[in-house]
Design a protein around this ligand. Structure first.
Ligand SMILES: [Zn+2]
Ligand SMILES: [Zn+2]
Length: 63
């Protein structure tokens, strides 16, 4: 098997810090690619590149 599916992990949304907001669909968490890393553009503050979640590799955004 050479096929390695992308693994995602759940991280706390940096925009609302788990409270739930529109950017994380009110869940307080978002799925990002493993290994989870902060958005390099904003360093976790939230910007258009990370969908305002503060995380790089958001699931569904840049597949
Ligand atoms: Zn949120
Ligand atoms: Zn960002």
């Amino acid at each position: 098997m050479s096929d390695s599916p992308t693994i995602y992990c759940s991280v706390v949304c940096s925009h609302c810090e788990g409270e739930g907001c529109t950017y994380c669909n009110k869940t307080g968490h978002v799925l990002v690619k493993e290994p989870a890393c902060r958005c390099k553009a904003c360093e976790g503050a939230g910007c258009i590149y990370c969908g305002f979640t503060g995380w790089a590799g958001l699931k569904g955004k840049y597949d």
